[in-house]
Design a protein around this ligand. Structure first.
Ligand code: SAH
Length: 220
């Protein structure tokens, strides 16, 4: 019998169950997971809606957040990307069990390698808990089509990080499009959403060698 439970909740329950076997997420308490995996993921819906139509990639997706809730809420064709293949294998099993595998696929590999295989293939990419803004800008740029959006889930950003991002953005052909800050329903968790648009070709060849975007950001 079809279940009335929203698919996102079914997905979350299945991930928490799988998490007992394979380490997918640190958050194991159900209420915390509902807050940090479901509510927080969906915070970026307005940004997803202003992105051009087309494919969506969630970079450093781990257990599939924010990628799966945003894929289900928008109906976009989605690719979850994580270099830990074991995580992507488990996530892809869960997606298959829930019948979501035709819309949402997984890529067990580095973001830099995906950019070589599928350059400019995405209209929107997200990243939560992955890297600093300068690294995210560099990793996302070669994946995005012209006018595509990078949506970053950050804790409030320090002025140093913001300054470094403003140096890297023009180098990689990206421009700040918007930023907003909010507090989740627990009244405590502060979330900052920064959105960048791909406005032109990067000034250097991207991706650089695997690892450099995160180890040696262009702002250093
Ligand atoms: N977005 C998830 C997981 C964050 S942890 C969440 O918010 O819950 C960051 C994840 O990014 C890890 O699973 C790590 O394996 C992955 N990661 C880090 N650098 C990467 C890279 N260059 N390519 C692909 N995955 C990467």
């Amino acid at each position: 019998m079809p279940s009335a439970r929203p698919l996102t909740e079914e997905y979350l329950s299945a991930i928490l169950e799988a998490n007992e076997r394979v380490n997918l997420t640190r958050i194991t308490d159900h209420d915390q997971a509902a807050l940090l995996h479901l509510e927080d993921s969906l915070v970026a819906l307005p940004e997803m809606e202003i992105a051009p139509p087309g494919r969506y990639a969630d970079l450093g997706s781990g257990g599939g957040f924010p990628g799966v809730p945003l894929a289900l809420a928008t109906g976009r064709e989605t690719l979850l990307v994580d270099s830990v293949q074991k995580k992507m294998r488990v996530v892809s099993e869960v997606l298959e069990q829930l019948g979501l595998d035709s819309q949402i696929k997984t890529y067990g590999g580095r973001i830099e390698d995906l950019a070589l295989e599928q350059p400019k293939a995405f209209a929107v990419v997200t990243a939560r808990a992955l890297s600093s803004l300068p690294s995210l800008l560099e990793l996302a740029s070669p994946l995005l089509e012209k006018d595509g959006l990078l949506v970053c889930f950050k804790a409030p950003v320090s002025s140093d990080e913001a300054r470094a991002a403003s140096i890297v953005a023009p180098l990689v052909g990206m421009e700040l499009h918007g930023q907003r800050e909010l507090v989740l329903s627990d009244g405590q968790t502060r979330r900052m959403i920064l959105t960048y648009r791909k406005v032109r070709k990067p000034a250097l060849k991207l991706p650089r060698r695997v690892g450099l975007a995160q180890k040696k950001p262009l702002s250093e």
